[in-house]
Design a protein. Sequence first.
Length: 132
Amino acid sequence: DLAQDYVLTACDLTEALRSAHALAQAVAVLQAAEGALSDAGDERLHLTCRVRTLRARLAFEAGERSQAIEHYQAALGAAEAWERAWPRRLLPRLVHCRTLRGLAYAQNYVGDFESSASSFRRAIALCEGLAG
């Protein structure tokens, strides 16, 4: 699917730009990719999570902590919906766990220790569910 390939390519380009510390360019690439998410078919939720997680990381690195948390929360919503849509698949649960950990880290960094601890506990519970 063309939209899926476009978003995946934009995510890879974003990672390269992020590594080169070209944060503004990386944000612009992801903003353009967000416009294609509605056409991404059955991978829309997964790709939305991936794009919003990358936006969160970019915001965090730019010092925009509250925006990072907002992006992580949007990514988490997509991850949870993806997991509900595909309850027998492993990848949605793993992405859900990773997204919770990213959110918890950002929450901790801004001093929201109660929310951070809650997010970390949720991530641990999800991961324990995989192992047990």
